[in-house]
Design a protein around this ligand. Structure first.
Ligand SMILES: NC(=O)c1ccc[n+]([C@@H]2O[C@H](COP(=O)([O-])OP(=O)(O)OC[C@H]3O[C@@H](n4cnc5c(N)ncnc54)[C@H](O)[C@@H]3O)[C@@H](O)[C@H]2O)c1
Length: 267
């Protein structure tokens, strides 16, 4: 059931690949709350994923864009405003990819060209999205930008590999750009640090199944689902959180505050 929290708001959602994607759930919830959205993803995801199905269901348009390409982003942001009939109120960055992780390279034997691609796709793209929107003055006053991240930015999770540094960079961009965007147009910028979630990107990390169970036991509320993450993102896009900015917000059932969980020792 919707509460009308995003009635009249317009936004762009990056990263819905298939029905498991966190961005897929966010897109559904935003529309349920009254928003008009444009979906976008890398051109290759158009062929491999199920995004067309989502666009049909939500009656919205898809604009393909490689989030590392300024040209693609410029086109995406200007066309989205045309389609939606005005400036934007929110953007979700839900993008992550590491070739080193995909190819199961050890952290002590990483390929640096691939590492650059990881940072470009997973982190620098966030700056590129914001800079493009900033230059086009595409966001309304009190708009909201959210990117998804993971606690490996602060603590060591060995199998998360170079994605840890990539998330640290992403979170830093939220703080730094958050300053400039607040000054320009009261736009807030935050990252949401989500529990392990069964998705294509999540399941690509070695030992994901075991780790998912561990995190679930460690978190007093259990792992937060993709649907719950979508609810949280909706609140951050709504007018109810207008003074929250430059934050990394944990959405993890309490995991980040735990030291020791007796439940882990019970097995
Ligand atoms: N799944 C988890 O356990 C988990 C936990 C915390 C944070 N996150 C983060 O959530 C976000 C979404 O991931 P997900 O778990 O929904 O997986 P997902 O695989 O469904 O989404 C990742 C998306 O990134 C897109 N992408 C990759 N390269 C791109 C490019 N060059 N341009 C545009 N888009 C590109 C993919 O097409 C895909 O849609 C990521 O930032 C991820 O790191 C995931």
């Amino acid at each position: 059931m919707g509460y009308g929290l995003l009635k009249g708001k317009k936004g762009i959602i990056f990263g819905a690949l298939d029905h498991k994607s966190i961005a897929w759930k966010v897109a559904e919830r935003c529309v349920e709350e009254g928003a008009q959205i444009v979906l976008t993803n890398a051109p290759v995801a158009m062929r491999l994923g199920e995004i067309n199905e989502l666009a049909e269901k939500l009656k919205c348009e898809i604009i393909p864009a490689d989030a590392t390409s300024i040209e693609d982003l410029e086109l995406l942001i200007s066309k989205s405003q045309e389609i939606l009939g005005g400036k934007l109120d929110f953007i979700l960055h839900s993008i992550g990819m590491s070739i080193n992780v995909r190819k199961k390279k050890d952290y002590t034997d990483l390929n640096y060209e691939w590492m650059k691609t990881t940072f470009d796709v997973s982190s620098i793209s966030f700056h590129k999205v914001m800079q493009t929107a900033f230059k086009q003055d595409a966001l309304n006053d009190w708009g909201s930008v959210v990117a998804l991240t993971y606690i490996a930015a602060q603590r060591t999770f060995p199998d998360y590999s170079e994605m840890a540094e990539s998330k640290a960079l992403l979170e830093s961009f939220a703080r730094s750009f958050g300053y400039h965007y607040a000054k320009k147009a009261h736009v807030r910028v935050n990252t949401v640090s989500q529990s392990p979630t069964v998705t294509t990107a999540g399941s690509g990390v070695k030992g994901f199944g075991d780790f998912f169970g561990y995190a679930n036991k460690m978190s007093p509320l259990g792992n937060a689902s993709a649907d719950a993450c979508a609810d949280y993102c909706v609140t951050l896009f709504s007018d109810l959180t207008r003074y929250v900015t430059m934050q990394n917000l944990f959405h993890d059932g309490g995991f980040s505050s735990m030291g020791m969980a007796p439940e882990i020792l019970e097995d």
